[in-house]
Design a protein around this ligand. Structure first.
Ligand SMILES: [Zn+2]
Length: 423
């Protein structure tokens, strides 16, 4: 992805730099060749270089581009299990993924971390975005996910003889776990996404308190992945699944729903980040009945929401690292609603807007392994920025309103927002 060449100055907006401090009013950001050259209060700013393009933030806010930390580019209005793998051919799902990536960028998300993809689509989507063949967030890819046989993601009955090819690598034992990771190494993923536990969505045999992989399988995944420089994460709801993941050496935890103090200590001892993805649970409870969701599934989502909110508060209070992302792509939780996660953490979970913004920017960059390049507005970093007509620190919901976006920039290039529209 080519950065801007030349100089750009953004002025007349408050600066929320992603580090969590109080916003700087009447700030200016100087960008040179796609990277931030200077950021701070306008009265202390260097003179505007001759020939620079100037963007007026109109008294709004200048933020780091948002990071969607649990992004499923190949999910599209999923309302039933078959929508996840066999509803459409891979050719069409690839186009849907490109459309979802464009939408995420238009929503202010300049980077995203895949939480799993059909086939290897996210790996190639990432390459296409980097090559500017299609617009989208800077991606980190996961490809196919790994789950134990008969676990949460192994839902096609054997008599159909179709397995889960394309969506999940199913394993029995550590030897098959190693083989699955080796396949992903060749595919070119950065994160290996696994399923240590079940979910409220499968109350009969793989509910949110059920384990879907053994510790030995998880440990085999981690040692193989780490040998090849890949990181490992997992869908972890049950307490024992979280504990197993942390003891096996996981690099991140998705959901971390039912944390206990031992899990918290293990998490903090290695500063392992967690992506709760909680708005999905709320949306499932609110809108599930419209889609025929059974009551026992809705009850499970309520238990998950209550446990997940409590765990997220516990992690935040203890100074742990949380990322914002949220399983968007279901019919009741569609792509484009990403910033509802942020509003939800303020209005329901009880975080401050600045805490949530730090989770959605700085911590997201850390989850991507790109803290040195993105996530905060500091000299030397890429100018991945979101300029909003409004104050998300006073009202976080402004980030849900795309018509309030003045510009979304990657490397100083305006990719979306009002200023991206000709005329
Ligand atoms: Zn997910």
């Amino acid at each position: 992805m080519r950065p801007l060449s030349g100089t750009l100055v953004i002025r007349n907006g408050q600066l929320v730099d992603g580090n969590g401090g109080a916003p700087i009013p009447a700030a200016t950001v100087h960008v040179r060749d796609g990277r931030i050259a200077w950021a701070g209060a306008e009265f202390a700013a260097p003179p505007i270089p001759e020939g620079a393009r100037v963007i007026d933030a109109r008294g709004g806010s200048i933020l780091p581009g948002l990071v969607e930390a649990h992004f499923h580019p190949t999910y599209f209005n999923v309302a039933a299990l078959e929508d996840l793998d066999i509803k459409y051919p891979v050719e069409y799902v690839t186009l849907l993924a490109a459309a979802n990536a464009r939408l995420a960028l238009e929503c202010g998300y300049t980077s995203a971390r895949s939480g799993g993809s059909l086939f290897n689509i996210d790996v190639w989507l990432k390459k296409a975005i980097e090559a500017e063949l299609c617009p989208g967030p800077r991606l980190s890819a996961s490809g196919r996910e790994i789950c134990g046989v008969a676990g949460l993601m192994d839902w096609n009955p054997d008599y159909r003889k179709i397995g889960m090819e394309g969506l999940v690598l199913l394993i029995n034992g550590p030897i098959e776990a190693r083989a699955a990771v080796r396949k992903l190494v060749k595919d070119g993923v950065e994160w290996v996404k696994t399923y240590p536990t079940g979910d409220a969505a499968a109350p009969d045999t793989n509910d949110h308190h059920t384990l879907c992989m053994t510790f030995e399988e998880m440990h085999a995944v981690v040692s193989t992945a780490h040998n090849h420089g890949l990181k490992v994460t997992g869908h972890c709801r049950a307490t024992e699944g979280i504990r197993n993941a942390l003891k096996a050496g996981y690099d991140a935890i998705e959901h971390g729903t039912f944390m206990d103090s031992e899990c918290l200590d293990l998490m903090l001892s290695r500063n392992v980040p967690c992506v709760p993805a909680l708005y999905f649970e709320y949306a499932s409870i609110q809108r599930g009945p419209e889609f025929g969701m059974p009551q026992n599934v809705i009850d499970g989502h309520q238990e998950t929401l209550d446990g997940g909110a409590e765990s997220a508060r516990m992690i935040m209070k203890a100074g742990g690292c949380l990322g914002m992302g949220g399983d968007y792509g279901f019919a009741w939780n569609p792509h484009g609603d990403y910033a509802r996660e942020l509003s939800f953490f303020v209005n329901y979970v009880g975080f401050s807007p600045l805490e949530v913004l730090t989770c959605a920017t700085k911590n997201g960059a850390m989850l991507l392994g790109r803290s040195h390049e993105i996530g905060t507005i500091e000299p030397g970093k890429l100018a991945d920025l979101l300029i909003v007509d409004g104050d998300p620190v006073a009202d976080i919901t402004v980030l849900e309103k795309r018509d309030r976006f003045i510009a979304v920039l990657q490397g100083g290039v305006i990719r979306a927002g009002k200023l991206a529209t000709p005329g």
